[in-house]
Design a binder for this molecule. Structure first.
Ligand SMILES: [Zn+2]
Length: 248
């Protein structure tokens, strides 16, 4: 039986109205047996914690999504610092810069850097959300040595192979998700074919990017097909990468 880890799944998404965990038994039948839930809004953090406390294989990456950077304040910062002490908290996320939302990038950057500080202090890896701000994020990661010091995952990766290679060189993993299954996907399959196995982790970003958590298995099978290796090999490598990063 294979064992897969979903490194990015929003089991607490409001549209699931507390039914997210009910989907896990079926996902587990497909071999998906550990789940990392990233933070989005400050108001979601307590619900995430409650979810992880009652669900054995659910782990947390609390943090503030750049689209909600205007929720950041001293109270949020101290709440996030406190959360890093919880045993189920394995990362800080999803954090980064998003050039497609209304909040100015300069304001997002302040919030991103503040959360990177918290992750560094807690020695936790980060889950990165980056849209139309690749160069700016790479510059920050490089300057602060985030990859070498705590590591992390570039979630929902869809950029070019040179960017993927730079990320790997900086000490990051590439989060491969449902974008790989798109008919018109070109850049991501090219990157997935040649990146070192040690750089790849799996994610669904459910329910944003796909309708079911079992899509993770389809992503793993697609990676195996592209690399010309067995599903078992992909499962072993990606699971080991996620286990090492999150210390699971
Ligand atoms: Zn997400």
């Amino acid at each position: 039986m294979i064992s897969l880890i979903d490194t990015h799944i929003h089991l607490d998404a409001p549209e699931l109205s507390d039914q997210g965990v009910d989907l896990l038994p079926e996902a587990q039948q497909s071999g998906i047996n550990r789940f990392v839930v990233p933070g989005v809004r400050v108001s979601g953090w307590s619900g995430m914690l409650a979810l992880a406390e009652k669900t054995e294989n659910v782990y947390l990456a609390p943090g503030l999504h750049p689209a909600y950077a205007d929720q950041w304040n001293d109270a949020a910062a101290s709440q996030l610092r406190e959360l890093t002490q919880q045993s189920k908290v394995v990362a800080i996320g999803e954090i980064g810069l998003d050039g497609t939302v209304a909040i100015p990038l300069s304001q997002q950057e302040i919030v991103f850097r503040a959360q990177l500080d918290i992750a560094l202090d807690a020695r936790l890896p980060v889950l990165l959300h980056v849209r139309e701000a690749t160069g700016a994020v790479l510059t920050i990661l490089r300057a602060l040595g985030i990859g070498q010091r705590i590591g992390g995952i570039w979630h929902g990766f869809s950029a070019s192979l040179p960017v993927a290679e730079e990320l790997v060189e900086l000490g990051f993993k590439v989060g491969v998700g449902p974008i790989l299954l798109r008919e018109n996907a070109r850049k991501l399959p090219d990157a997935v074919k040649v990146l070192p196995a040690s750089a790849l982790v799996l994610e669904t970003d459910f329910p944003d990017m796909t309708e079911t958590p079992e899509t993770l298995l389809r992503v793993a099978k697609k990676i195996a097909e592209l690399r010309g290796v067995s599903l078992d090999e992909v499962a072993k490598a990606t699971t080991e990468n996620a286990r090492q990063l999150f210390e699971l």
